[in-house]
Design a protein around this ligand. Structure first.
Ligand code: AMP
Ligand code: GLY
Length: 436
């Protein structure tokens, strides 16, 4: 018989991050009857109710440890990748005051799946996980890289090895363009140290899907899948962004496709981590391309997706806090997820200029305009309080999610909800879900 995990009645939780992803997670955590107190840091105007009223920086482990101890925090949830890749979890594990702290997020070794595309490609190859073929080159190998590009099939994909905030991927249609792109990495140093190694990868043609597993080192639960819209312009045109919106579930993610993804990708990945001695506790986000009927990995991330989280969390009916505690303490076995069968569509309202030069600091209206229904959610991202006003302070400003049994209706209503938010320069994509 599977032993049910034993939970405390009340948890004090610290959630790190400042995006709509964290606002969405904070809403779900605070809705748990087991949530005694939640802090979100650095947060945004939407997470003010959970703000930290003293200096706190994850890079300063003594400061973090002091905060955790003084406030009796039992659970740390790391939202973004940066602290994970930089070894925050490892530092906590070594700190005498943090020995009992439960943590959602992998250690630095696990986080290499996102922190180094060269590492993650080699990992996939070692464990037979389907992915595009690729070769890695260093700046010293420039001539070799150029010769390789001249004879490579087009389009070809160039990727910075390290963290580049979603901007380190260039898709090139001609050898000429590929050679020019190589110069961005090695002549102009556009990606700094992250671009010191470049992956030259085969282009995959298909439709993208984001799949999320919450892992406890041994077991996992699969969260609802989502599709993210990365290009800034309608019809998937223009520059890549952090994500202009999301749909969960994408209708093409059939039970058969999800079964394949679990068997060929999620399970081998977690087994691969275990066999290499990595105790992976946290979210594993697999970015996939469905090529024909075959799922292939484009990238791993070691956190939840943004804006996917804003579509996934509202559909999650299970207690998120219980799931996070179970993942952090190695007790996910036997836990089942309850998921709202309705579609969730998230439309992201962006600042003028995004993803280029941003127009910031404008007062916003429409954020608290009326009573929202159960199926409408607004999540703040780049917002900040300035006196009585809320102003835009980042590229992606607010995520507007609507749940509806009908996908087209969810998309129409999500757009309408997003359009209630107004500030100078605000814009959003108006075609989300129309390709599905
Ligand atoms: P990444 O930062 O790895 O998520 O890549 C950003 C985007 O580039 C992805 O979401 C895809 O749309 C695209 N991309 C990355 N790798 C490939 C590939 N091998 N083939 C086609 N598109 C890709
Ligand atoms: N939406 C893609 C990401 O979070 O990386």
């Amino acid at each position: 018989m599977i032993e049910p995990p034993v939970f405390l009645d009340a948890y004090r939780v610290l959630l790190l991050g400042s995006g709509a992803r964290e606002h969405a997670m904070a809403q779900s955590i605070s809705a748990s009857p087991r949530c005694d107190r939640l802090w979100v840091h650095p947060g945004n105007a939407g997470t003010e109710a959970w703000s930290v009223d003293q200096p706190l920086d994850w890079r300063n482990i003594e400061q973090l440890a002091g905060f955790v101890q003084r406030n009796g925090i039992q659970l740390l949830v790391v939202g973004p990748e940066e602290p994970l890749v930089h070894g925050l979890v490892d530092q906590c594990r070594l700190h005498p005051l943090l020995q009992d702290l439960l943590i959602v997020g992998p250690n630095a070794e696990g986080a290499r799946l996102e922190g180094s595309k060269d590492f993650s490609k080699a990992f996939m190859q070692r464990h037979g996980i389907p992915t595009a073929g690729a070769r890695t080159f260093r700046a010293e190998q420039r001539e070799e890289a150029e010769a390789y590009l001249r004879q490579h099939a087009m389009p070809v994909v160039l990727k910075a090895d390290g963290l580049a905030a979603g901007k380190g991927v260039l898709i090139c249609d001609t050898p000429q363009e590929a050679l020019e792109s190589l110069a961005l990495f090695w002549t102009e140093q556009k990606f700094g140290e992250a671009g010191a190694k470049v992956l030259v990868e085969e282009f995959l043609e298909g439709i993208e899907c984001s799949v999320f597993a919450l892992c406890d080192g041994q077991d996992y639960v699969l969260l609802p899948p989502a599709k993210d819209y990365k290009r800034v312009g309608e019809g998937d045109t223009g520059l890549n962004t952090g994500g202009m919106g999301a749909v969960s579930p994408p209708p093409f993610a059939t039970p058969e496709l999800m079964r394949r993804i679990e068997e060929r990708i999620v399970q081998p990945t977690l087994q691969g981590l275990q066999s290499e001695g990595v105790d992976y506790r946290g979210f594993l986000f697999v970015g996939l391309m469905k090529v024909g009927e075959e799922p292939m990995v484009i990238e791993y991330n070691v956190r939840m997706g943004d804006p996917e989280t804003e579509a996934v969390m509202p559909r999650l009916q299970s207690d998120l806090l219980e799931l996070l505690v179970a993942a952090a303490s190695g007790k996910l076995s036997g836990m089942e997820l309850m998921v709202d069968p309705r579609f969730a569509v998230t439309t992201v309202v962006c600042s003028g200029g995004y993803p280029g030069e941003l127009r910031l600091g404008f007062p916003m209206t429409g954020l608290t305009g009326r009573d929202y229904t159960e199926d409408e959610r607004l999540f703040h991202a780049g917002t900040k309080r300035e006196g009585a006003d809320c102003v835009n302070r980042g590229g992606r400003v607010v995520a507007a999610t609507v749940l509806d049994a009908d996908l087209k209706e969810a998309a129409r209503r999500s757009l309408a909800l997003a359009q209630e938010i107004r500030f100078e320069g605000a814009f959003c994509r108006k075609d989300l879900g129309q390709d599905l």
